[in-house]
Design a protein around this ligand. Structure first.
Ligand SMILES: [Zn+2]
Ligand SMILES: [Zn+2]
Ligand SMILES: [Zn+2]
Length: 284
């Protein structure tokens, strides 16, 4: 299983284009791995996590076309993770040829918001209407948390995120051919129910990707900080949820509390985890 990080920034990208803070100024100067787009990821060539606002740019910059994407696991409907205009732009009506049907998986709450936003702001017709499937080449699927479901060749489970109460935000585990990853953004401290589910199904991951919105001296209630990532990485190891050679990578990195990539990555390494960057490809 191969994962490509299409974006690794929090909601405001990094550098935030309008910001003069030290971290943004330094990232602009350094360029390269310090330039982060809004978070999304691609598994192999066919499974997208989040139809985010920057996936088009990512596909161009990192040379990873999304023309084989058949499935999308949507974490939630916050604007830094979901840009519904992509549903129109990838449709036959916009001249797109040969794209597979997009099977779009999300919680009930996310589907509800998706539907409302789509009708109100974009198209004036319902995503749930049968003609939408034909118009947009898309099929919507409601997923229930803490139950395995099959997505093509993948076995997937959704976990309620500790984020934006009432929005139905989900985290995902994805397994294929004996390899497994956990995609854990956006979320604050993982719920005990999530740890219990890992235990109940004896889940063991080769890769755990975690929210790292806040820096080491910040603490929030809707996202994880550097210190909390360390706490999670430690528990993943002691509970045996991370395989012995497995790794923990941080994503969804905000400019306020986190330095540019080289400094952040070096600091993280000392604390026992790694920091993803845009375009990073990991093979499990
Ligand atoms: Zn976010
Ligand atoms: Zn800034
Ligand atoms: Zn969010």
């Amino acid at each position: 299983m191969r994962i490509t990080f299409l974006g690794t920034a929090a909601a405001n990208a990094f550098p935030e284009a309008f910001c003069k803070c030290r971290n943004c100024a330094q990232a602009r100067k350094l360029g390269g791995l310090s330039l982060r787009k809004r978070s999304a990821a691609l598994i192999n060539t066919d499974l997208l996590i989040d139809l985010g606002p920057d996936v088009m740019a990512a596909a161009q910059i990192h040379g990873c076309p999304l023309d084989e994407v058949h499935y999308c696991l949507q974490t939630h409907a916050h604007a830094d993770h979901l840009d519904l205009s992509h549903l129109l732009s990838r449709s036959p009506g916009f001249g797109v040829l040969g794209a597979p049907v997009l099977d779009f998986y999300a919680s009930r709450e996310t589907l509800l918001r998706t539907e409302q936003t789509f009708i109100r702001d974009l198209a004036g017709y319902s995503l749930l209407a049968p003609e939408a499937e034909k118009e947009l080449n898309v099929r919507l699927h409601q997923i229930n948390p803490l139950e395995y479901f099959t997505v093509g060749q993948y076995s997937v489970m959704a976990f309620p995120a500790n984020h934006a109460p009432g929005m139905g935000a989900m985290l995902y585990s994805v397994e294929q051919n004996g390899r497994a990853l956990f995609y854990g953004t956006d979320t604050a401290t993982l719920f005990e129910e999530t740890w219990q589910t890992f235990r109940r199904y004896t889940m063991q991951f080769d890769l755990v990707i975690l929210d790292h919105t806040y820096g080491k001296d910040q603490r929030g209630t809707d996202h994880l900080s550097a210190n909390q990532v360390v706490e999670h990485a430690n528990r993943l190891r002691t509970d045996g949820v991370l395989k012995p050679h497995g790794s923990v990578f941080a994503t969804h990195i905000a400019h306020e509390g986190n330095p540019p990539h080289p400094e952040l990555a070096a600091h993280a390494k000392q604390l026992g985890y790694d920091v993803a960057h845009d375009g990073l490809i990991l093979t499990l």
